[in-house]
Design a protein around this ligand. Sequence first.
Ligand code: FES
Length: 160
Amino acid sequence: MPRPTLDSILEGRRSQPHQLIEVLQDVQENYGYISEEAIRAISKELGVPLMGVYSVASFYKAFTLKPRGKNVITVCTGTACHVRGAKLVLNQAIGQLGVAPGETTGDGLFTVEHVNCIGACALGPVVTENGSCHHHMNPGKLRKLIKSLRNPETEEAVHA
Ligand code: FES
C-alpha cells in the first residue's frame, strides 16, 4: 500500500488543534520521523503555533525529528536492566556501530537508542530491535544480533 501523503493525513483534521498528537503519530508511523516540512504544515493546517508543534514532537520519545535507520536498536537502561549490565550492552552497540545514542549510522542501516524501561524488567538486560524483544542480553549476543541484521542470511543462526 502506498504511503499516505501529508495532505491525506491532515484531511478532515484541519483547524482542529486537538488532533495534534494523532497527526504526529500518523506522520511518525508513515514516514519514520517528523520532518521540519511536516512540522510547518501541521502548524499551519491545524492552527497550532510552530513552537507548540515542535515542543510536542520533541517532548515525546515516540516521535523523532531525524530519520531513523532501517534497524532501530533500543537498549533498555532502566534500573533493573542497568544492574544486570545494560551499560555494557549499550556500549557494545555504540562501539560496534560507531554512533552515539540517538544517532544513525552513515549507511542508514542502524539507529541506536536507549529507554528507561519497557516493562520487561525480569528479563533484562533487554534490547528491542524493529519491534522484536531480546532478553538477557550481553555484549556478545548483541554483537551477533547486529551482525545478523547486517547480513540477514545469518539471522537464523542467532535466533536458533
Ligand atoms: S528496566 Fe529494563 S525492562 Fe524495566
